[in-house]
Design a protein around this ligand. Structure first.
Ligand code: EPZ
Length: 431
């Protein structure tokens, strides 16, 4: 196990520039799309995070050959040699479910371990399975594995009961190689979904309605390789934007896509931060002395992202007044509140709402995070908690943030990574 230790004599005021990495939630479906063609894909601006390693390991087990050099992956699946995504990898990363659609579409068979629940919720995959069944896949659940088979998927009309990011991604990928036309309704609008569709079109897929709620896909017999650049990680960007707002900082973020950050920019502006364009793909975030309280309701894109909920909770502990955060996407995504309370925050959880009263001074302590974004929230808290804050089990953080301690050190933060000897049992992961 490893920990991060932050030494905070007086609260930091982040100053300087930080470069945002490629989006974890865009690179994972892009890598899965390599299963749809026998030709090579070259993917650039890849974030060097644990989940990318896990996805590449999984794809290799399915028959992929790849080379990862700096931030570029060259990957090719000449032949799918196995249809099985083993439990140990699916347990390590729920996004492994993204190989389901491509495997059935290209190979006619997929055996993917059922991703269990995780720290942030039960995380069912019924919408993925119902959609594939509508495309003609025969699906059974055997010994904890999804077994999906179809000689050739047939286009169909599918309406998602609720917006699902990886559900939309799985069905779009499957439909690309189905026979006939597929119409997907109530699709997720996240930029990562749009970016996947753009990649698939570059590979020769026939897709109309990219970036819209209704997507039409005309199946083709095969797709070809291409070169593709991963979009910036809007959640990493949002995390650093909150860091600047929290520490009355003056931070320039480079390599961002401002149009993906509108909901985050709105809420940060209401809290009192000043945000201005600092270049085509750069933003400047200036924190204010007085942080204003506000209510937040998480929602599917373009609403306020659930993946920014934990980070905003830290900011609201320093806001004058009462803030109510309502989490509408996941049923158990407030675990970080208990750890913030241990640092001195005043938070009360009532069902899907967190009521935060501030400002409350935070003091450093040893804390542990149970999921990726909760870990990020504790790092943010460590920037303003006086004394020393030790965040344990940071392998969650390493799944989605590339070299976060190096980026913070470059902004003046006294932070170090500590290797621990004690081994404790790790809960199931999410992602
Ligand atoms: C994606 O997860 C992201 N992961 C998550 O990011 C993100 O929090 C989530 O979308 C919501 O934006 C990746 O893209 C790899 P959903 P996903 O399907 O696709 C329910 C992070 O920190 N649902 O959009 O699994 C589900 O329980 C991770 O980077 C069903 O009921 O989320 C949830 O309540 C965490 N049945 C809601 O829909 C299904 O078949 C939205 O889930 C699928 C989902």
């Amino acid at each position: 196990m490893e920990s991060l230790r932050i030494y905070t004599e007086t609260p930091y005021r982040l100053r300087g520039q930080v470069t945002i990495s490629g989006a974890k939630n865009a690179v994972l479906p892009a890598l899965a799309a390599s299963l749809l063609t026998a030709e090579p894909l070259q993917i650039t601006n890849v974030p060097l995070v644990k989940d990318v390693e896990t996805m590449l390991t999984l794809l290799q087990e399915l028959g992929a050959q790849y080379e990862l050099k700096k931030k570029t992956v060259n990957i090719q699946v000449k032949k799918i040699t196995s249809p099985q995504a083993p439990y140990k990898l699916v347990r390590a990363m729920r996004a492994s479910i993204l190989v389901l659609g491509p495997l059935v579409a290209r190979k006619g068979k997929a055996i993917v371990a059922l991703p269990g629940g995780c720290a942030i919720g039960t995380r069912p995959v019924d919408l993925h399975l119902n959609g594939l069944q509508k495309l003609g896949a025969h699906i059974t659940i055997e010994h904890g594995y999804i077994v999906a088979e179809a000689r050739r998927l047939q286009g169909a009309e599918i309406e998602f009961e609720k917006k699902t990011v990886t559900g939309t991604e799985n069905l779009v990928m499957a439909a690309c190689l189905a026979k006939g036309e597929t119409i997907l309704k109530n699709c997720a609008l996240e930029p990562e979904v749009t970016s996947l569709c753009e990649l698939l079109v570059r590979m020769g897929a026939k897709i109309d309605g990219v970036g819209e709620e209704t997507i039409r896909i005309k199946g083709v017999d095969e797709l070809n390789g291409t070169r593709f650049r991963i979009i910036p990680d809007r959640i990493e960007a949002g995390t650093f934007m909150v860091a600047s707002a929290l520490t009355t900082g003056d931070l320039i973020l480079n390599g961002v896509e401002p149009k993906h950050l509108e909901a985050i920019i709105d809420k940060l502006t209401i809290s009192g931060a000043k945000i201005e364009k600092a270049g085509h793909h750069s933003l400047r975030v200036i924190g204010s002395e007085e942080i204003k309280a506000q209510d937040i309701v998480t929602a599917p894109y373009p609403g306020f992202p659930t993946d920014m909920q934990a980070q905003f909770m830290v900011l609201m502990t320093q806001a004058r007044g009462t803030s109510i955060i309502t989490e509408t996407i996941f049923d158990r995504r407030f675990a970080h509140a208990n750890e913030l309370i241990r640092l001195g925050a005043n938070i009360e959880i009532q069902g899907d709402k967190a009521i935060i009263k501030g400002p409350t001074p935070l003091s450093g302590a040893e804390v542990v995070a149970t999921d990726l974004r909760a870990s990020a929230c504790l790092v943010l808290a460590g920037l303003i908690a006086t004394g020393q804050t030790t965040i344990n089990d940071i392998e969650h953080l390493d799944r989605g943030y590339e070299k976060i301690e190096e980026k913070l050190k470059a902004l003046g933060v006294k932070i170090e990574r500590i290797k621990n000897n004690n081994h404790n049992n790790n809960g199931a992961k999410h992602g």
